[in-house]
Design a protein around this ligand. Structure first.
Ligand SMILES: [Zn+2]
Length: 402
């Protein structure tokens, strides 16, 4: 279901999206090569730095220009236009794109090419064959090269040739705008969503990978902040102004809830409470919630408890649904921990046992009845009505601290 005009994927898309709530409610609806960074009212000359394996056609798509023009502007051989990685091409375009950043990524245990590609919003085939042709097998500790989409700030401060309009990132363009979807070049959105999202069979709203966590959750901020997109099938956002987060958080939060919805019998609303403010920083009364990686989720309600109830008593909570949710969050592999007061953990653990969780799984993920805080679900005072979920730093968020 596409909720935006047919011109969405063109250059005009940005304006469309920037002026209305606009999102794609099902995975896979974003066409490859949807190239949008920022549309200028008038074309100007920019320089494009060629990355390894990049093709002329792709560069054309990126800037909405023809291959023929690129050949002409850069005096390339029309029969065999050779592109050298690192060389620069002159491009006359209205579509300004931040330069891509080359990062060296250290392979972690459990990583696969597909997983790394998805998390960085790049194509697996590029990652593998173009940028790291010599790394056949991935071993933890190996370093591989990834070219990620850069951000507008760097582009605008990076030496005169690039200029990025304020609407480049809708999130910064105005508070009334819900930046549910930003189109990314190189079909990053599609890759970012990946087959994983499609497989869940639930509507997932694409999230651009631009929003980044900076610093610590109790002292940091968010660069290019994005809001958790509306997705009423999955959840209800209590306060949109406090529903900003890092792209990594927004994506995995949606995925976890989608998986949970696909499996649970719980058909009622799930209320997302505080996340972060736009841009992050202090959000009272929380100590953390500053860098876009914390999400408070109200515990699901037991049958017979009216919608909207704040479950102050443990009996008002549907613990089976709560466990399924916690389980889905853990399954993302991107959750550092989940705060829940000890007295409530008793109930959660019982539900986990009912659901057939193994002793080893319980020992790993639920603190109760242990005392030390080594587990995913761990005690913190005051977390009786909601769980507080802390997400990991995105692998490409180099200034994110954990
Ligand atoms: Zn919290």
């Amino acid at each position: 279901m596409r909720l935006c005009g047919p011109g969405l994927w063109g250059i005009a898309a940005l304006w469309l999206c920037a002026s209305a709530t606009c999102f794609v409610a099902s995975a896979g609806a974003v066409p490859p090569g949807a190239a949008v960074g920022s549309a200028l009212p008038k074309a100007k000359w920019v320089k494009h730095r060629v990355i390894p394996g990049e093709r002329l056609k792709e560069i054309g798509k990126r800037y909405g220009v023809s291959t023929r023009s690129l050949i002409r502007w850069n005096k390339l051989d029309p029969k065999r236009p050779r592109l050298r990685a690192g060389s620069r091409l002159r491009v006359h375009t209205r579509l300004v794109r931040p330069a891509r950043e080359r990062i060296r990524y250290k392979v972690r245990r459990g990583d696969s090419w597909g997983r790394i590609a998805r998390r960085h919003g790049v194509r697996e085939s590029h990652l593998r064959r173009r940028w790291n042709p010599r790394s056949r097998r991935l071993r933890p500790g190996d370093r591989i090269v990834i070219y990620v989409e850069g951000d507008a700030e760097q582009a605008s401060s990076g030496g005169g040739t690039m200029q990025v309009s304020d609407t480049a990132f809708v999130s910064r363009a105005g508070s009334s705008v819900r930046p549910s979807l930003l189109l990314e070049g190189e079909s990053a959105v599609q890759d970012f969503l990946g087959a994983e999202a499609a497989a869940v069979g639930m509507p997932i709203v694409p999230v651009s990978p631009v929003s980044q966590s900076v610093g610590w959750p109790s002292g940091g901020r968010i660069r290019h902040p994005l809001q958790l997109p509306d997705n009423p099938v999955l959840y209800t956002i209590r306060s949109p102004a406090h529903a900003y987060g890092a792209s990594h958080t927004l994506y995995h939060l949606q995925m976890a809830i989608a998986r949970w919805r696909a499996r649970t019998a719980y058909g009622r609303e799930l209320v997302i409470m505080d996340m972060s403010r736009k841009g992050g920083g202090r959000l009272r009364p929380h100590r953390s919630h500053r860098s876009g990686r914390d999400v408070d989720i109200r515990l699901p309600l037991a049958p017979g408890i009216p919608d909207g109830t704040v479950p102050i008593h443990a009996d008002q909570v549907d613990w089976d649904a709560a466990w399924d949710l916690v389980h889905a969050l853990i399954e993302t592999g991107e959750v550092t921990y989940i705060f829940l007061t000890r007295s409530r953990q008793v109930r959660l653990r019982a539900a986990a046992v009912r659901a057939g969780a193994s002793d080893a799984y319980l020992a790993k993920h639920i603190q109760y009845p242990m005392r030390e805080k080594l587990h995913t679900v761990r005690h913190s005072k005051g977390h009786t009505k909601h769980i507080h979920v802390r997400f990991k730093c995105a692998p490409n968020a180099q200034r994110c601290k954990e």
